[in-house]
Ligand binder design. Structure first.
Ligand code: IFM
Length: 456
């Protein structure tokens, strides 16, 4: 690395980007042959999402993508991370591709390339075709096989123009929020199903990596969401609570993906809930198929202590009694503690303990209660400061030898924040959900200076 890091320059060629996900921005849920995903079903089930809001229209990105790509160009980003809606491309989750759905992504990719922006595709950001959920969902092994088939088919159609492929976004959320606590789609509350879902998500990832590799792909990765987990005190019980949550949140995914094994302590923690019959010979070798990069999503830190009363339903399978402690430090609108050091710790830890392929921060950002002021602007200094502090933390990790190649801000646009509906705004661009008017926030203007200077 030849750059002078003391001037807080980022390495040459550093990928600056923003990230989005299909269900959160596209809308057009009935357009051109798309069938429902689990999120359509979930959001249309009364009481599941804030104010019963849905992704039916969202940011109407399906129709407004040219405007959104020109916003990306204004931001000066070199990369754009977005996900493909499986039920748009292969509406039932198996069988032939839906040409009209493929064409949408083909047009989007061309528009990005015309603006000199590298498309960075995520194959799965939680919108499982409802047909596959009806057949058993991720707890069922066949879903992993369907996923790999879908990956191979769409790679055949877009692989001539898209080089960078991420299989999954945040398998922890898809498995444990979706199947254990049920606060995300499909809303099941079955800890054993969640553990099996996690395994099959990772198996699907490994099968897809192999399939794409066979087709010549050479920039393949997966995105996990990681948190540093600290004990509230130095007591043995609190330290054990931290071990448990770190195990389920971080190591339960990093170990299989990067070492080809599940952590023994976590297997023991969950053993009363679920057996290991779903793990077949060869699965772990498939899951640990070598990668070209690892995507890290980082938002906050967990501080935990031992508790006595299990809370159910819970996404902390086998550790339902652990309590989460608030330290009283500033939080975002999500209630998440702002902790840039946690990003530094996460990146350096993964680098040190796992010796992974090059890293990318595939998501980091913050929701704040933005307001459009009379000058027609959004003066979101809190978000700008949040990003600056996190960029500095990433820079520090690079200075200590972490091979971090890029940083994607979550998110390009205010969007459908899952169970929170439209109540949490993460965008660098403000969206008026009535009129669909977009306004570049001050944080976005500032970000465009960073991307162009490649320095803080
Ligand atoms: O909006 C989500 C995204 O879909 C996945 N990562 C976290 C973001 C903020 O909650």
């Amino acid at each position: 690395m030849t750059d002078d890091l003391s001037t807080e320059r980022f390495p040459e060629g550093f990928a600056w980007g923003t990230a989005t996900a299909s269900y959160q921005i596209e809308g057009a849920v009935h357009a051109d042959g798309r069938l429902p995903s689990v999120w359509d079903t979930f959001s249309h089930t009364p009481g599941k999402v804030h104010l019963n809001q849905t992704g039916d229209v969202a940011d109407d990105h399906y129709h407004r993508y040219p405007e959104d790509v020109s916003l990306l160009a204004d931001l000066g980003v070199s990369h754009y991370r977005f996900s493909l809606a499986w039920p748009r491309i292969q509406p039932e989750g198996y069988g032939p591709l839906n040409g009209a759905g493929v064409d949408f992504y083909s047009r989007l990719v061309d528009e990005l390339l015309d603006h000199g922006i590298t498309p960075w595709v995520t194959l799965y950001h939680w919108d499982l075709p409802q047909t596959l959920e009806d057949a058993g969902g991720w707890p069922r092994r066949e879903t992993a096989e369907h996923f790999a088939e879908y990956a191979a088919l769409i790679h055949q159609r877009l692989g001539d123009r898209v080089s960078d492929w991420t299989t999954l976004n945040e398998p922890w959320c898809a498995a444990f929020l979706g199947y254990a606590s049920g606060i995300h789609a499909p809303g099941r509350t079955d800890g054993a199903a969640a553990v099996r879902a996690a395994h099959h998500l990772m198996l699907g990832h490994g099968l897809a990596v192999r399939a794409l590799r066979d087709q010549g792909a050479n920039s393949l990765g997966v995105t996990v969401n990681l948190y540093p987990v600290d004990p509230a005190t130095d007591s043995a019980a609190d330290r054990d609570a931290a071990r448990r949550i770190d195990g389920l949140m971080n190591r339960f995914f990093l170990d299989p993906l990067l070492r080809g094994s599940y952590p023994d302590d976590v297997q023991k923690d969950i053993s009363e809930t679920v057996g290991t019959e779903h793990i077949l010979d060869g699965d772990l070798a498939t899951i640990a198929t070598p990668l070209d990069f690892l995507g890290v999503n980082y938002y906050s830190r967990h501080v935990v202590r031992a508790g006595t009363t299990p809370s159910r339903p819970s996404h902390w399978v086998g550790s339902e009694e652990v309590e989460f402690v608030k330290r009283g430090v500033p939080v975002t609108e999500m209630g998440w503690e702002i902790d840039p050091d946690g990003l530094y710790e996460t990146l350096t830890r993964v680098w040190r303990e796992y010796g992974p392929p090059p890293l990318y921060v595939t998501e980091n950002g913050a929701a704040f209660a933005d307001e459009v002021t009379r000058d027609g602007r959004v003066h979101d200094e809190d978000r700008r400061k949040y990003l600056e502090e996190h960029f500095r933390a990433a820079h520090r990790a690079i200075g200590e030898g972490v091979d971090l190649r890029g940083y994607f801000v979550w998110s390009l646009l205010d969007n459908f924040e899952w169970a929170h509906g439209y109540s949490k705004r993460f965008g660098l661009v403000h969206v008026d959900f009535e009129t669909q008017e977009r306004i570049l926030k001050d944080s976005g203007r500032w970000f465009s200076e960073i991307t162009r200077a490649n320095a803080l």
